[in-house]
Design a protein around this ligand. Structure first.
Ligand SMILES: NC(=O)c1ccc[n+]([C@@H]2O[C@H](COP(=O)([O-])OP(=O)(O)OC[C@H]3O[C@@H](n4cnc5c(N)ncnc54)[C@H](O)[C@@H]3O)[C@@H](O)[C@H]2O)c1
Ligand SMILES: O=C(O)C[C@H](O)C(=O)O
Length: 330
């Protein structure tokens, strides 16, 4: 039986993450090796030509699963019938720009895109926001899409999750495949909290596997993961691209195909009030996924060490929500 292609929209398609992402989507890594896709590339008008160049290269790969590419600068066209939307394009912070300016500039992008999703996307649409500040951009888009179930808007903290896996694997001399139940809590920012207290390394509690080294946890692990984005910018002269695209693939793939038994992942999702995170904030939680839906892992014991760090990141999200509310963006 021939499967109906899945419509995947990528915004900021001509950017560096777009370039690292599109070929992997078209080759079947996002949704599965048997799922045909149609790509919709959304760009600003001056970048349309560059997006056309990327589309030419996609054509030249002759991907058997790729059943069409549309390129547009109109969000209503880009999100027409969209099943999966990857919102990557965002306004980067430039010199002299305050956080409020950044939120306002991104409001000008994510509000109309949220409305276009509301008015045009398929009923089963799933949205991942990658463009920073990802959690609050997701909130802005969600607020502009009242007819779409709120839980379909998610923000990417999978890159932080993957970064944490590797740091823990290196410390414990294990591999990332040995590690289960790691969590990123809060915002995709330097306040995020990578939590190993529920995690295991080759079946052993992760805290024991690091020899109970709380100093390493506080002074190395947490800051290394939380500030990794800045470290990449410092080293590369540009923000992470291939690893960010890889995390976007992982996020959607896990959302659609499910988490492994006994494990979970981290996703920025609208809070239902779990773990004291105010309802509606788009915060990272431990989640399991099944049949295209996700659930927050309940009943975890949160130590004082963890509580303070979760609260700090959630407070930042609450401040960002107040800022965009004051700007009339939500
Ligand atoms: N959540 C994460 O883990 C994570 C990780 C890495 C990067 N990021 C963020 O992802 C975003 C993209 O990064 P990049 O390196 O690809 O940036 P980039 O500057 O290379 O590309 C961004 C693209 O978005 C386009 N764009 C701008 N406004 C648009 C709009 N209204 N509609 C459609 N396209 C638009 C630009 O023309 C550009 O081509 C940045 O905000 C970056 O900070 C997030
Ligand atoms: O683009 C950035 O500011 C950094 C990015 O979010 C990252 O975590 O690599």
């Amino acid at each position: 039986m021939t499967r109906t292609p899945v419509n995947v929209t990528v915004t900021g398609a001509a950017g560096q993450i777009g370039y690292a992402l599109l070929f992997r989507i078209a080759s079947g890594q996002l949704l599965g090796a048997d799922v045909p896709v149609k790509l919709r590339l959304l760009e600003i008008t001056p970048a349309l030509k560059a997006a056309e160049g990327t589309a030419m290269e996609l054509d030249d790969c002759a991907f058997p699963l790729l059943q069409g590419i549309d390129i547009t600068d109109d969000p209503n066209v880009a999100f027409d019938g969209t099943n999966v939307g990857l919102l990557v394009g965002a306004r980067p912070r430039t010199k002299g720009m305050e956080r409020g300016d950044l939120l306002e500039a991104n409001g000008g992008i994510f509000k109309p895109q949220g409305k276009a999703i509301n008015d045009n996307a398929a009923d089963d649409v799933k949205i991942l926001v990658v463009g920073n500040p990802a959690n609050t951009n997701a909130l802005i888009a969600q607020a502009a899409a009242p007819d779409v179930p709120a839980e379909r808007f998610t923000a990417m903290t999978r890159l932080d999750h993957n970064r944490a896996l590797t740091q823990l694997a290196k410390k414990t001399g294990s591999t990332v495949a040995d590690i289960k139940r790691l969590t990123i809590w809060g915002n995709h920012s330097a306040t995020q909290y990578p939590d190993i207290f529920q995690a295991s390394v080759a079946g052993k509690p992760a805290f024991d596997a690091i020899g109970g080294d709380e100093k390493w946890l506080s002074d190395e692990f947490i800051p290394t993961v939380a500030k990794r984005g800045a470290a990449i910018i410092e080293a590369r002269g540009a923000s992470s691209a291939a690893s960010a695209a890889n995390a976007a693939i992982d996020h959607v793939h896990t959302w659609v195909n499910g988490t492994a038994e006994g494990d979970w992942t981290s996703m920025g999702i609208p809070s239902d009030g779990s773990y004291g995170v105010p309802e509606g904030l788009i915060s990272s939680f431990p989640v399991t996924t099944k049949n295209g839906t996700y659930e927050i892992v309940q009943g975890l014991e949160i130590s004082e060490f963890s509580r303070a760090r979760i609260d700090a990141s959630v407070a930042e999200l609450a401040e960002e929500r107040e800022a965009v509310r004051a700007l009339g963006l939500i």
